[in-house]
Design a protein around this ligand. Sequence first.
Ligand code: DX5
Ligand code: ZN
Length: 219
Amino acid sequence: MKNPIVAPSVLAADFANLQRDIEMINESQADWFHVDIMDGVFVPNISFGMPVLEAISKHAKKTIDVHLMIVDPDRYIKTFADLGANRLTVHYEACVHLHRTLQVIKAEGMKTGVALNPHTPVSLLEDSIMDIDLVCLMSVNPGFGGQSFIEHTYTKIAKLKEIISRNGAPTLIEIDGGVNSGNAKKLLDAGADVLVAGNFVFRSENPAETIALLKAVTV
Ligand code: DX5
Ligand code: ZN
């Protein structure tokens, strides 16, 4: 039996009550904090930057899973390590020298992650999979929370799972965008390991219970 790793997306938190929302995650059954950094260039939105991540790190008692939606992420790898990121995910589409980027993330003591936009084929990771601790499959176009889930994601999970198994890679599959209790089981059945959820958690009446609901999904 397997349960998902549940990673609430802080992007959907109430920033006027950020400490309260961080404590809620600390005390909930959530496994990770998912932290979305957007630069307004790689994606058409700006979320927040270093000072906010620093504030999150100060209070978070769980793994910090940083998702960089920025161009030229190499410039900031060390900064994110220093700010407390435990896992650092860069976008395939933003990395000209992905192999080098992954080596630097490892050298900074973080777990490596590569995110793929909905249109980017998983086959492009065939030759890097052994260096990737986590593949983040975007199930919406990155940039905003609260969008609806793209159904083609299931096909990508199956293809990625095949690459991971064939290579004997330890890579986790994370699904990011439009995750809710209606698709969580199907995602887990297809091979997902990590479920990111923003609006589904924070717009619910009882976020901690909603996290528990996702955590209870089994395969
Ligand atoms: C989208 C972000 C997601 C987002 C998910 O660009 O990477 O992490 O916060 O939000 P929901 O779960 O609301 O789709
Ligand atoms: Zn994200």
